[in-house]
Design a protein around this ligand. Structure first.
Ligand SMILES: Cc1cc2nc3c(=O)[nH]c(=O)nc-3n(C[C@H](O)[C@H](O)[C@H](O)COP(=O)(O)O)c2cc1C
Length: 367
């Protein structure tokens, strides 16, 4: 089903979204003086600027605990549904997502929180479902993290219960392995459609099949070195969706450093990923992912190589280069990108004034 009033279904062949701005330092593990602090005034400014510039969506990260280090990377974060609700009140056009950990939110409570956000945004709220992976976050919540396969089973029941709350007019019971809900009522319903836009970024087989059944868009990584492989993946995913009578668009994520010249952009990227790095935080990120000196040969070199890789797919260059990279992604069948910036407010104007018009010329955006 198409939700035409959402910007995610507007006429632009390649959609643009800002990713990670609810977290301190965004997605770049850096200690630069200009790093993003994710304070409310800056977030509000970013959202208004993005709305005026014609950006299509804003996607926050569901993060509960920082990674430590000198800057406590992503240690200051706004809860994403309330963050989205506030920003929806200040914007008119773009879709704003909440990134919601299914195991941490009671369905009855969160269904209504999302309805509230959706009414504030006149139907522009979107849901990014995550099942979680970060053990210290679960320890902090007192909720036991499930085995990987069970996480998506739980999320399946969770979203099915919520969909009923959004649509059932009569009181209902919901009895599954994970939930025993009695006599459930929920009013008001969503602003107008039966569902907000739902997205997910599970990379495992079970995560992907969850996305096929429940999501309108799915996020995957783009491989520039093998565009053909990326294109095959997108095509297979869409075919699998159409086999079950669903339409699921595929998006990707990355980090943009755009400067007037390619040289300036690459110099800044080098600075960001060498002397600008908060290495203490990198060690903690790696520890959480199970990478340590004992199990990793050349660990020190691995640490040095990590920042440019961890930042997401790098899109570094002049407005021409950035536009051409987006074109490559579009050629692979991708519907858009959620990208992060070191400083969203300082860096967005160049993208709006120089990259977006180039995207129009390349046929990726309509005027
Ligand atoms: C674009 C994107 C956004 C994501 N956002 C979050 C997030 O905010 N919080 C989180 O815990 N995981 C997030 N993830 C992780 C995924 O939800 C997922 O857990 C991960 O890709 C591993 O896949 P799996 O769950 O199928 O094993 C994100 C991944 C991507 C690619």
């Amino acid at each position: 089903m198409k939700y035409s009033r959402y910007q995610m279904y507007n006429g632009h062949p390649f959609k643009l979204g800002l990713f990670g701005a609810n977290c301190s330092s965004g997605r770049a593990i850096n200690k630069l003086p200009e790093r993003w602090l994710a304070d409310w005034d800056s977030c509000e400014k970013m959202a208004k600027m993005a709305d005026d510039a014609g950006i299509d969506f804003i996607l926050p990260i569901g993060r509960w605990k920082g990674y430590g280090g000198e800057t406590d990377f992503q240690g200051t974060t706004f809860e994403t549904i309330s963050w989205a609700t506030g920003l929806l009140a200040h914007t008119k056009r773009l879709t704003i997502f909440g990134t919601i950990h299914a195991p941490l939110f009671n369905p009855m409570v969160v269904a209504k929180q999302m309805v509230t956000a959706d009414h504030v945004g006149r139907g522009r709220f979107g849901l990014n479902i995550v099942v979680g992976w970060n053990e210290p976050e679960f320890q902090m919540s007192g909720i036991q993290q499930k085995e990987h396969g069970n996480r998506y089973e739980f999320a399946e029941d969770w979203i099915n219960a919520i969909k009923l709350m959004w649509n059932e007019k009569e009181p209902f019971d919901f009895d599954t392995d994970y939930f025993h809900l009695k006599n459930v009522v929920a009013k008001p319903k969503l602003y107008s459609d039966p569902s907000p836009l739902i997205i997910n970024a599970g990379q495992s087989e079970i995560g992907r099949s969850f996305a096929l059944r429940h999501c309108h868009a799915f996020f995957t990584n783009f491989r520039e070195t093998d565009v053909k492989k990326s294109a095959e993946f997108v095509s297979k995913f869409k075919t699998a969706a159409s086999r079950i009578n669903r339409e699921v668009n595929v998006y990707t994520q990355g980090h943009v450093v755009c400067r007037k010249t390619r040289k300036e952009a690459h110099e800044y990227f080098h600075h960001l990923t060498t002397e600008g790095v908060d290495y203490e935080a990198i060690h903690e990120v790696l520890r959480l992912k199970g990478v340590n000196p004992e199990n990793t040969p050349n660990y020190d070199q691995f640490v040095l190589n990590f920042p440019p890789k961890n930042i997401g797919y790098p899109i570094i260059g002049s407005p021409d280069h950035v536009a051409k990279k987006f074109k490559k992604m579009h050629n692979a069948g991708l519907s858009g990108i959620a990208f992060s910036l070191v400083h969203y407010v300082n860096e967005l104007p160049l993208i709006a004034s120089e990259v977006m018009p180039r995207l129009e010329k390349l046929g990726l955006r309509v005027s």
